[in-house]
Write a protein that binds this ligand. Structure first.
Ligand code: ATP
Ligand code: MG
Length: 440
């Protein structure tokens, strides 16, 4: 991508409305724009990051055996009357009427709709287990939308829903998502700790929130320090192994970890003082097992091996991609801007032409840009005629992991500078060596 032809509206000044660093940096880097309170456009740079986050979420959901579909944002109120949640949900639900005066709503979550899909076509235990997910916009009319996309009214959610014949089966489905979440957050460069959680309006009796420790987090959390160093389940995890996944779940729930709603001071005080961590955190994921809470009122049942009909045991599993992007920034930035983990960086590398219009600099940059693009890298080429200082500031602000800097003096020697955004380390090398670093 040539910066001269891209759309990346950088802000020079710090926006006054932003209270936390991720919100400030997302606005300054031109990643998002608020359209009305708590409702955002994702501008091209932000969209790239969001897409990469979603791709990782999707890969790990698929690995764990979940199947992707797509459900609509608008739902009929009738479904919610069946489960009894239409009245219970309260003011967070945006209720709308269509031209025939039929009551509709903008979905805050999808338990009812997915249960309807399930009951319309699954009739036998032989089709279980089943886990269906989508990545879709939700709307919740939050009383205090704030911190940019961290807590917005319209936001994206990956929500998965599992169906099993028995409670034991449902626990295995829960453990699959538990392990998939550990892997997902790790690949996003985050350390998320599962904590016993309250189930809220989703209902049910087994639930964990995945929390990232951050000073700007809205939740108060208490946990054992050792979680910070625990091993993440590997790529070769066998998601069909009931014992294997149970062992992962047991290990990750063996030590104290709770949000303030579930906090038990006496139990926490049993943890040796030096190993206690009380901090603030950001909830990035939440998983629930809720048995037959929806399947019973909505009549979602299958024929079991005993020939009888059974209401299915369900769970639901949410991750917030539009909250994860700012959460990653909270965890990874410095005074100059964002520092993206390579896995979600909007570009792999930025090529900075320090003297656009200078033949040797232009030729060198074009050569590198073409070679890296051909090698399948996402390259941003700063071909604008801004001053070098402005270009450096922009490259640091948008946090691309590697910068290749071509200035007249180095280029005259057939060389460029390669800068690591995270460490700030700069290395001078031949043009060929700079290219080979990515191609090899
Ligand atoms: P919170 O306690 O932060 O209000 P919640 O418990 O209501 O969230 P869930 O119903 O558990 O949210 O939703 C699953 C995930 O969706 C959350 O873990 C979070 O990542 C994301 N999410 C929920 N509400 C918002 C929001 N207003 N803005 C952005 N992401 C959200
Ligand atoms: Mg929650």
């Amino acid at each position: 991508m040539r910066l001269s032809r891209y759309f990346m509206p950088i802000l020079k000044e710090n926006p006054k409305e932003a209270e936390i660093v991720s919100h400030r940096l997302m606005l300054r880097a031109g990643m998002i724009r608020q359209q009305s309170q708590g409702i955002y456009s994702w501008l091209p740079l932000g969209k790239r990051v969001l897409d990469k986050v979603n791709a990782i979420i999707r890969e790990e959901q698929n690995r764990a055996g979940a199947i992707e579909l797509s459900m609509p944002t608008l739902q009929s109120a009738e479904l919610w009357q069946e489960s009894g949640r239409y009245d219970a949900y309260g003011k967070e639900m945006l209720r709308i009427k269509d031209r025939q005066e039929r009551p509709m709503l903008y979905g805050p979550t999808n338990e009812e709709m997915v249960t309807d899909i399930f009951r319309s076509s699954v009739k036998s235990y032989k089709d279980l287990p089943l886990n269906l997910y989508h990545i879709q916009l939700k709307f919740r009319d939050e009383i205090r939308p704030r911190f940019g996309t961290m807590r917005s009214r319209e936001f994206m959610m990956k929500d998965a829903y599992s169906f099993d014949l028995t409670r034991e089966g449902a626990e295995h489905s829960y453990n699959k998502m538990f392990a998939a979440y550990l892997r997902t957050f790790d690949r996003l460069g985050l350390r998320a700790i599962p904590m016993r959680a309250d189930t809220g309006p989703i209902g049910g009796n087994l639930s964990h929130e995945f929390i990232i420790l951050a000073d700007t987090g809205e939740s108060e959390v208490f946990c054992h320090k050792d979680f910070v160093g625990f091993d993440i389940p590997g790529e070769n995890t066998d998601f069909d192994s009931v014992e294997g996944l149970k062992a992962i779940f047991d290990k990750w729930t063996s030590l104290y970890a709770a949000t303030s709603e579930m906090h038990d001071e006496a139990a926490f005080n049993v943890v040796p003082e030096g190993e206690r961590l009380s901090a603030r955190g950001i909830e990035v994921g939440h998983i629930f097992y809720f048995g037959t809470k929806y399947s019973e009122p909505m009549g979602a049942k299958v024929q079991g091996p005993d020939g009888k009909e059974h209401f299915v045991h369900m769970g639901s599993y949410g991750i917030g991609p539009t909250r994860l992007v700012p959460a990653i920034i909270e965890a990874s930035h410095d005074d100059n801007g964002i520092i993206w983990p390579a896995s979600v960086a909007p570009f792999d590398v930025v090529v900075i032409n320090m003297k656009a219009g200078d033949q040797a600099c232009d030729d060198t940059c074009e050569l590198i840009y073409a070679a890296l693009t051909k090698a399948g890298k996402d390259v941003l080429y700063d071909d604008t005629d801004d001053r070098a200082g402005t270009k450096f500031a922009t490259a640091d602000l948008i946090g691309v992991p590697v910068q290749i800097i071509a200035g007249p003096r180095a280029v005259a020697n057939g060389e460029v500078e390669v800068k690591d955004r995270k460490t700030g380390a700069r290395e001078t090398m031949t043009i060929e060596a700079a290219i080979n670093r990515f191609v090899a």
